[in-house]
Design a binder for this molecule. Structure first.
Ligand code: SF4
Length: 438
């Protein structure tokens, strides 16, 4: 049986029409079932994570969108698109469900979509089919006249939520007390904050205001080089795994990367461990990439001898070490595109991207390391019903004028320093490689 999408696979598994397993039978329901209930990330990879109090909630989705068939929703989205023309641009993240992604003008990772935002200054509305921190970044990079829309406000990110501005500020103050503020003989300050793109605008602003910078999974090494030139140490948040995997590849010893757990005194490390630190790692992780294990890699190698195992750097260190290669979603995509026909890939990243790559490359064998279908809980909250709702809102009806629903706005006092941290990232360049003489 050919399965068109992850959602279709989940529907078939839940009715017993297809073999396989999902991490939650509730994945077969519409996301509005969870928007109406108790706050939480909903079914999927983040369902065991605790959502912070006060996280954005999505109001009720009108019934006509909840009961519409996938075909009807697709038709309504296309009709609204046609009416709106160039007034709207739809951006879609790689991890988004296919039923939504097929309507996107640009598809990419968070960094590529941030760049795409800047390429359409003429569009009045940017509909961001991704998660909350990405929509915030789009608002930072778009013009004041443009409205950035997140179709479901409950589409947050459990990793981004693991570092909040109050806990990071407390950590910073404790470390400042420990390290002081005086630069060393080379003019390097004691500590530079580095935040992963997957963080709130408030944390990007914190970095901008404290001499720090933003990184993505594709440029983390370049950004750490930038930070080590200016600081004796780095405070890296929110993803411990990206920080550890990147710094380890650059030669930083593991015993110089203590963890900072905001719920423990001094982050759970001793003062001498923190003094010796080169990178202080925040206690955060991505629940999608935490699912990958060394056992899964061993099984893949046993069942598919010769398979190339590529994982995302948000995976735990042991998994990255056991893989053949690791890299961003863009790296994984390009590696598959460049491989000779007949290659076999075992991939450690979100299932929607892996399944799409498998469908786009029938010349290869491509499968996800995790045999259980468990998409990102928050990306999953964007459903075609919500996309149709926000687009038809922009169109309006004879009885109702056009309305901008679910607009994401970053306050001016946060936006200015957050842009500074993003601009530092865009200006950071990889070190020039040493010339190799023949
Ligand atoms: S895949 Fe991980 S980091 Fe990305 S949105 Fe989902 S939980 Fe957040």
């Amino acid at each position: 049986m050919t399965i068109a999408s992850v959602d279709q696979a989940i529907q078939l598994i839940s009715t017993g029409a297809a073999a396989g397993s999902t991490c939650s039978p509730e994945l077969a329901a519409g996301p509005w079932e969870f928007d109406a209930g108790a706050p939480g990330y909903g079914p999927g990879s983040s369902m065991g994570d605790v959502i912070p109090t006060g996280s954005p909630r999505q109001g009720a989705l009108p019934e006509s969108y909840r009961v519409a068939s996938p075909e009807e929703l697709s038709g309504r989205i296309r009709a609204a698109r046609e009416t709106l023309g160039d007034r709207v641009v739809i951006l879609g993240h790689f991890y988004q469900r296919d039923e939504v992604l097929r309507h996107a003008d640009f598809v990419g990772d968070s960094f590529q979509l941030a760049q795409a935002t800047k390429s359409r200054p003429d569009a009045e509305a940017i509909v961001f089919c991704g998660v909350h921190f990405m929509a915030e970044t789009a608002d930072l990079l778009s013009t004041p006249a443009q409205a950035v829309i997140l179709p479901n406000l409950a589409a947050g990110c459990s990793m981004a939520d693991m570092a909040d501005i109050d806990s990071v500020t407390d950590c910073w103050e404790e470390l400042e007390e420990l390290y002081g503020t005086a630069p060393d003989a080379d003019g390097r300050v004691p500590l530079i904050p580095v935040t992963y793109m997957n963080s709130s605008a408030a944390l990007k602003a914190f970095c901008g205001a404290h001499g720090g910078i933003v990184c993505t999974s594709s440029n983390a090494e370049t950004v750490l080089e930038w930070a080590f030139e200016r600081g004796q140490r780095v405070l890296f948040f929110p993803d411990q795994h990206l920080g550890r995997n990147t710094a380890k590849a650059m030669g930083v010893p593991l015993d110089r990367m203590p963890m900072w757990n905001p719920r423990k005194p001094l982050g759970g490390s001793t003062a001498s461990e923190l003094h010796a630190a080169q990178v202080v790692l925040w206690h955060g992780f991505c629940s999608v990439h935490k699912r990958f294990t060394v056992d899964q890699i061993d099984t893949a190698r046993r069942e598919h001898p010769g398979a190339r195992v590529i994982v995302h750097p948000e995976c735990p260190m042991a998994v990255v070490d056991a893989a053949d290669e690791y890299g961003s979603t863009d790296y994984i995509k390009k590696a598959i595109e460049a491989a000779p026909a007949g290659s076999t890939f075992a991939i450690g990243t979100e299932i929607n991207l892996v399944q799409r790559l498998a469908a786009q490359h029938p010349e290869h064998t491509i499968f996800c390391l995790d045999p259980v279908i468990c998409p990102c809980s928050t990306m999953y909250r964007i459903h075609a019903g919500y996309l149709a709702w926000v687009l038809e809102g922009l169109v309006g009806t004879v009885d109702r004028p056009p309305v901008v629903l679910n607009r994401i706005v970053v306050a001016d006092d946060v936006a200015a320093p957050a842009r500074t941290a993003l601009e530092r990232m865009l200006a950071a360049r990889p070190p020039v490689p040493a010339r190799q003489d023949a």
